[in-house]
Design a binder for this molecule. Structure first.
Ligand SMILES: Nc1ncnc2c1ncn2[C@@H]1O[C@H](COP(=O)(O)OP(=O)(O)OP(=O)(O)O)[C@@H](O)[C@H]1O
Ligand SMILES: [Mg+2]
Length: 312
């Protein structure tokens, strides 16, 4: 197996809403551990609100970790923020944001938006930045004329390309792509995914690909992690996850994917997941357990024994 590039260990992030007696703590990411290997695409899936974006943002330090540790290429990136660490992060990790409209400053031109990373990197010469920006715009399917325009003049798919160009301009080693296609028409989705795939091949990029359903990540990911209410409940190679899903929530997600064949689609049975009904954690506490072959499952001892038998 290839080298671990990103190592996430017991990572948590909580949001605190309200004050006094109305104070509410949301454990958006709750003790999550996983590894992403160099040059692989790791898909992170789960329903809306399960903590995918918060996981990505905490890794890249847009949010502070409440607990846990993250290392990148062996270097801890979850410790106290220093100028040096900020620089290391911006040179190595970049994020493509979920909302291509909100994440682009409406008062900045595309040239300024895409060139920002170069500026931070110390490329002070404007014409040198221009050359690199235009090169990157071409790479993502846009043109030099687009450089002087503003975000509102673009379509959703084009805006997402701008987001990709902005992330890729510093040639990061890893990209966290937060639902990069879910705001787009189905016909445009494939184009943006193909673009990411090409960049991955060309530049040996490592990708953490966030999506809320399994149909998008299925063909795109080498390995997949499934999240449910702040917890990672299953991690496996893509094929294993599809052929041998072990967590009832993963089975529910898989059953939600429409079948391309109308005949089988008609007989598709949706499975629902009900934690109260599907687990008894009153005596045995669940934890992440290794099923072998890179497959891990959040389960109790009894569930673990059962899963091992089923996989045998
Ligand atoms: N800035 C915030 N302040 C308070 N709570 C937040 C904030 N951002 C997210 N949350 C809460 O944290 C939890 C996880 O949110 P997050 O955005 O990470 O989910 P997600 O899996 O990315 O969902 P989606 O698929 O809708 O993008 C949710 O309960 C959400 O309401
Ligand atoms: Mg999100």
């Amino acid at each position: 197996m290839s080298d671990v590039l990103l190592h996430v260990e017991h990572l948590s992030h909580s949001f605190v809403n309200g004050h006094g007696s109305r104070k509410q703590v949301i454990k958006a990411v709750d003790d999550v551990s996983f590894d992403v290997h160099a040059a692989e695409t790791f898909g992170l899936v789960g329903e809306s609100g399960c903590g995918k974006t918060t996981t990505g943002r905490t890794i890249i330090r847009l949010y502070e970790p409440s607990a846990g540790k993250v290392t990148f290429d062996g270097r801890e990136i979850s410790g106290p923020m220093t100028r040096d660490l900020r620089k290391y992060l911006s040179n190595n990790l970049a994020m493509i944001f979920q909302d291509p409209i909100e994440s682009l400053n409406p008062r900045m031109t595309i040239e300024e938006i895409v060139g920002e990373g170069l500026k931070l990197r110390g490329v002070t010469n404007k014409s040198e930045r221009h050359v690199q920006v235009v090169e990157m715009l071409h790479r993502v399917g846009l043109t030099e004329e687009h450089a002087s325009r503003y975000p509102h003049e673009f379509s959703g798919g084009q805006r997402q390309r701008i987001g990709i160009a902005r992330a890729m301009i510093v040639h990061p080693r890893m990209i966290i792509a937060d639902e990069p296609v879910s705001a787009l028409d189905v016909s445009i989705q494939a184009q943006v995914i193909n673009l990411l795939n090409d960049l991955k091949q060309e530049m040996g990029l490592t990708i953490l690909f966030i999506a809320h359903n399994l149909s998008v990540v299925k063909y795109f990911s080498d390995r997949i992690g499934v999240m449910y209410y702040g917890k990672l409940v299953e991690v496996a190679n893509s094929d294993d996850l599809y052929l041998h899903p072990m967590h009832p929530y993963t089975r529910a997600l898989l059953s939600a994917i429409p079948e391309p064949n109308p005949l089988t689609e008609r007989h598709r049975v949706r499975i629902d997941y009900d934690p109260e009904r599907d687990h008894d954690y009153s005596k045995e506490k669940p934890e992440m357990r290794d099923l072998g072959n890179g497959h891990s499952l959040y389960c109790s001892e009894t569930e673990y024994e059962k899963a091992l038998k089923e996989l045998d």
